[in-house]
Design a protein around this ligand. Structure first.
Ligand SMILES: [Zn+2]
Length: 85
């Protein structure tokens, strides 16, 4: 973990990791983290976490998602640790 400590603040990577470990899952549009998808990629690649994804239909995410041309919210993903299944 010391790899990720930066200015004594939680990096986005650490935030994603701690949410995954505490709650078992994180929405791709979680407002407290920038670019969740990239953090997940890093965690899988360098920390070898087993992270799965599926379509997420949380209300907050739908409100934050970009819109399709027809005005409906774009689909987004949620990520979860394998053990949380
Ligand atoms: Zn969501």
């Amino acid at each position: 973990m010391k790899l990720f400590i930066y200015n004594n603040k939680l990096t986005d990577l650490q935030k994603v990791r701690s949410v995954l470990e505490l709650e078992g899952e994180i929405c791709a549009l979680d407002p407290s983290v920038k670019r969740v998808r990239q953090q997940i990629y890093m965690l899988c690649k360098y920390e070898h976490l087993d992270v799965w994804k599926e379509d997420c239909d949380c209300k907050e995410g739908k409100m934050r998602a970009k819109l399709n041309l027809d005005g409906t919210p774009r689909k987004h993903k949620r990520y979860f640790l394998e053990w949380a299944l």
